[in-house]
Design a protein around this ligand. Structure first.
Ligand code: WT7
Length: 635
């Protein structure tokens, strides 16, 4: 029986049962069979959720890039590893073979070494979706430097916060980026960020848009000449299985982003295993995930998972709407894409446009469709199924998180019958539990509760960089001996899971995980603002949009409301990035608060969604009168 190509539901259940009966054996078998280790482990798993501490494959040694590149060279050296599709459809696509990738990663790794980067140093990567992004990630992994990719849509101050938090020595960026018809001055953003970052002494700059930028002496250098000079082979650094591989920041419910730290061996095993299972990748397939490598989806399912399987992985620089709304489907036809993985927000945006944008392309190469990032609504699911998959492609609705490192709950194509809006069943090795508010596990079916995971899996984040206490408080304190996901979920009559959304102060906007606190912090810095609260409300395309309730200072009361709204959004855009802008801003005299001073977001959420039923007992509030007034003036 194969742990990979599961062919029917009964087989899934058999594998699953085996995986939970003896998880150590299950993972050991997978780790032995499919990877290249320089030294085998002494122990498969050591764990203690009370500390919390989790170690997979301790004592083992490896380099993940040997697994993603070197070991493929003699079997598929000429096969395309990365298929780069540029923003501009007239620019030719670039097919980077495994041999070519090996050379490019080696050269880049040698440049990093030459610039003084050593094992354990942090390198922040702030690049658009161009090959240098994947190559620089792998180059860091080659020499054991810890990469932290920051999505190149984040603002200078968000970038600076992340650089400072991980005390990066180097930033890798480009002169700019293309986004549809626009160009963005990335180097300018880096320059601004670095004004407040003392740890960075080198900036390597890739050339992409040929803009006229300034290089700061003794700090900035063009990348290409360095690569041209570098030697095309680089001996991989031998890493312990539990050595850090990367830090990736995700928003939390306090202002500071959380640097989720992932380690090497377990992450590799799980990213590779889940990729192969969930997408049922076969040797000739062309797999495309539309995410950005700045998110965990791109780390696990554009770079590491596919390459560890010797896959061809498409990297797309552009946006779904440029030069028109048919771009995704044009690319699917052009490269004969077999697996296509995207976000519900993109599907909803495209479903709004004329169907001709889809039907004029030949999508018959597609075998499996996937979604990730937020719950997919029924309408979008059907549109995807009917018009993109032409009812022949199973849709894998994959639930997971930056923290989990890999897909946790998802159908397995051609095995698990899909059900719209349901992520369905846990992957082998994953043990979900639903918990009630009193900390008791809810057994049986047709129940709902808070989603936890009760047993370690190889790709779970090991800590929050520099703040293990926060890691413990956020994920391991709500429920005893459980990892708490922050999501609510229901389990239907056959045991399928449906994720119902966050139960904390995180809002998913267009698939981006946004904490309310950092946005509120940004708003509150406006001189006219006294206090604010952000909630999400349902939005046709974004899934959720942001609604801000803002209390003005007396000095702000006389100001023009629309100007204030623009200024507040500009402030958010500067501090965090345009993705966090508010759709609606209501100026209010006060915010509903509990007696302990906690804002009652539940009430604000209802008002923002125009759902005034069951507001609950507001009389226990500190200031119940404010609720009526907010309702009266709601937008
Ligand atoms: C949160 C994690 C995992 C990569 C992208 C987002 C929500 C994610 C689904 C899904 C319903 C989903 C959850 C989760 N989420 N996938 N298939 N169905 N909700 O990673 O930024 O760490 O966000 O996204 O709320 O906790 P992230």
């Amino acid at each position: 029986m194969s742990n990979y190509h599961i062919k029917h539901l009964e087989e899934y259940f058999q594998v699953y049962r085996r995986s939970v009966r003896n998880p150590e054996n299950f993972w050991e078998e997978i780790a032995e069979e499919h990877f290249l280790w320089r030294k085998k482990w002494n122990k498969v798993l050591e764990w203690d959720f009370t500390k919390p501490e989790v170690k997979w494959f301790s004592g083992a040694q490896l380099n993940i890039t040997e697994n993603c590149i070197d070991r493929h060279l003699h079997v598929r050296g000429d096969k395309t590893a990365i298929l780069f599709e540029p923003n501009n459809p007239d620019e030719p696509a670039e097919h980077i073979s495994y041999l070519e990738l090996h050379k490019r990663v080696s050269k880049f790794a040698n440049v990093l070494k030459d610039k003084g980067i050593k094992k354990g140093d942090r390198v922040v990567i702030y690049l658009p979706m161009i090959p240098e992004l994947a190559v620089s990630v792998l180059a860091c992994a080659r020499i054991g430097a810890i990469h932290s990719v920051v999505f190149a849509g984040f603002s200078a101050s968000a970038l600076a916060t992340r650089i400072n938090d991980c005390e990066a020595k180097m930033v890798i960026t480009s002169d700019g980026s293309y986004r549809g018809a626009k160009t963005i001055d990335l180097k300018g953003i880096v320059d601004e960020a670095l004004e407040s970052c003392a740890t960075v002494d080198k900036v390597l700059v890739a050339k992409r848009i040929n803009s006229d930028i300034q290089l700061k002496e003794n700090r900035d250098e063009w990348l290409q000449p360095l690569l041209d000079e570098a030697y095309g082979d680089c001996v991989p650094e031998i890493m312990d299985a539990e050595d850090p591989l990367f830090i990736l920041y995700t928003s939390g419910s306090t202002g500071k982003p959380k640097g989720m730290m992932h380690t090497t061996g377990g992450y590799m095993v799980y990213a590779a295993y889940s990729f192969k299972n969930v997408f049922q990748y076969r040797e000739e397939d062309v797999y495309w995930c539309t995410a950005d490598i700045g998110w965990i989806t791109g780390h696990s399912y554009i770079v590491y998972g596919p390459l560890a399987n010797g896959a061809t992985t498409v990297m797309f620089e552009g946006v779904p709407s440029y030069p028109d709304y048919g771009r995704f489907w044009e690319i699917v036809q052009k490269h004969k894409v077999t697996q296509f993985y995207t976000a519900p927000t993109a599907i909803r945006a495209l479903a709004k446009e004329n169907l001709d944008f889809v039907t004029k392309y030949d999508l018959s190469s597609l075998k499996v469709l996937g979604t990730v990032g937020e719950p997919i609504n029924e309408e979008a699911w059907h549109w995807y199924n009917d018009h993109v998959g032409e009812k022949k492609c199973p849709i894998v609705d994959t639930w997971w998180q930056t923290e989990t490192g890999g897909i946790m709950i998802s159908p397995i194509p051609f095995s698990t019958p899909t059900k719209p809006t349901y992520a369905t069943l846990p992957l082998p090795g994953i043990q979900p539990a639903l918990m009630d508010e009193n900390g008791k596990e809810i057994k049986g079916n047709q129940v709902d509760g808070r989603l936890c995971i009760k047993y370690p899996w190889p790709s779970m984040a090991r800590t929050i960089w520099g703040n293990h206490q926060r890691y413990k408080d956020t994920y391991f304190s709500a429920f005893e001996n459980m990892y708490f996901t922050g999501d609510g979920a229901l389990r239907d009559e056959v045991g399928y899971y449906r994720i119902t959304g966050r139960v904390d102060d995180v809002i998913i906007v267009s698939g981006h995980n946004l904490g309310t606190a950092p946005i509120e912090d940004a708003i509150n810095e406006h001189p006219a603002v006294a206090e604010s609260a952000i909630v999400g409300f349902p939005h046709d395309i974004k899934g959720n949009a942001l609604y801000g309730f803002v209390i003005l200072k007396e000095t702000g009361e006389s100001r023009d409301r629309n100007n204030l709204r623009n200024e507040i959004n500009q402030q958010i855009s500067d501090k965090i990035g345009p993705i966090a802008k508010l759709n609606k801003i209501q100026f209010v005299p006060g915010l509903p608060k509990t007696r302990s001073g906690k804002i009652m977001r539940r009430i604000l959420r209802k008002i923002a969604s125009n759902d005034l039923s069951n507001l609950g007992d507001t009389s226990t509030l500190l200031n119940p009168e404010v609720v009526d007034q907010i309702i009266k003036e709601a937008l």
